[in-house]
Design a protein around this ligand. Sequence first.
Ligand code: TTP
Length: 231
Amino acid sequence: PSPTPSPPRTELSRSKTSTGKTIIVEGNIGAGKSTFLNYFRRYKNVEILKEPVDEWKNVAGYNALDLMYKDALRWSAAFECMVTLSMLKHHQNSKKPHTLKMLERSIYSTRYCFMENLRESQLIPSVDYSILKEYHKWIDLHEDIHVDLIVYLRASPDTCVQRMKKRNRSEETGVPLEYLQALHRLHDDWLLHGKRGKLPAPVLVLDADKDLPELQEDIASYSHDILGGLT
Ligand code: TTP
């Protein structure tokens, strides 16, 4: 079948768009972050920074994502170090003038969800965790990580498992349901229950259990608020 043509890219009127602002898109593995970000590709002055998963799969020829899933105790610190650097680069990415920056994830979910999950599940040696934490403490103190809105795509772990199975990323084939359940709880703790202290920005929660066409409709209906509702 011929591919669906992309819709024409629209120039948002500056008065309607919060240009110069940063939105981060959060949610469990398989929650639909890519679908969400792809929707906003139609807008010329929205700059989308997706996670560089392909870079993580090829670090000087090594698949760091695969190594981490195969032997977390050995490789999770190295992997999270790589992820932290990617996130920092995205936060620091100098914005093009008059654009709104949309990031897939952030330094916050790396720290509060993934690193925390590794620690709780004892999948990271405690010295490695402490070193990573020092990096994050330093970043917190010395870098300006500004965020204006957090979009939380909240999907149940069961939905995430189904979506992961469907997309079939080879590195993720052994990820158990319990791993996604723990990550789900950690996202909720951070974004809904305020258990990680002050949130960096207000949170918009979208029900990402809906099937993708329905979720896309929701995204479309919220797009005005997401793009223009920031002050
Ligand atoms: P996600 O950031 O959840 O991206 P995704 O492509 O699964 O998102 P979606 O389906 O919602 O579009 O994770 C990418 C992979 O990287 C996944 O296997 C989890 C892993 N990962 C970590 O292990 N640690 C981290 O700190 C991050 C950010 C990702």
